[in-house]
Each structure stands twice: as structure tokens, then as C-alpha cells.
Design a protein. Sequence first.
Length: 51
Amino acid sequence: MSLTAQGNAELARLQAAADRDLARLTAGLADEQAAELSDALKRVMRLLGEK
């Protein structure tokens, strides 16, 4: 399965928006908090079967 050029452009737009939202949500975290969040997200991904 592959995306059309228009689909790739839309996916890139959505990914950029998600990146901006994530940066906004995590901007105020201290380094220790950011590391804790990263560890928690890695655990969620592992539990959901992502590599």
C-alpha cells in the first residue's frame, strides 16, 4: 500500500502539526520529567507491541 502525492503531503502536514503540539505540551518539563515521560511512552509502545 502506498500514498498518493497528495496523501503524502497531507501526512507530512499532520505529522508537523503533531510535532508542534508535542513541543508545546512538553516545553515546560524539566529534564528529569522529560526523561520520565519518555520512559513511560516507551513502556506503552512495548506493551502495545511496537518495536
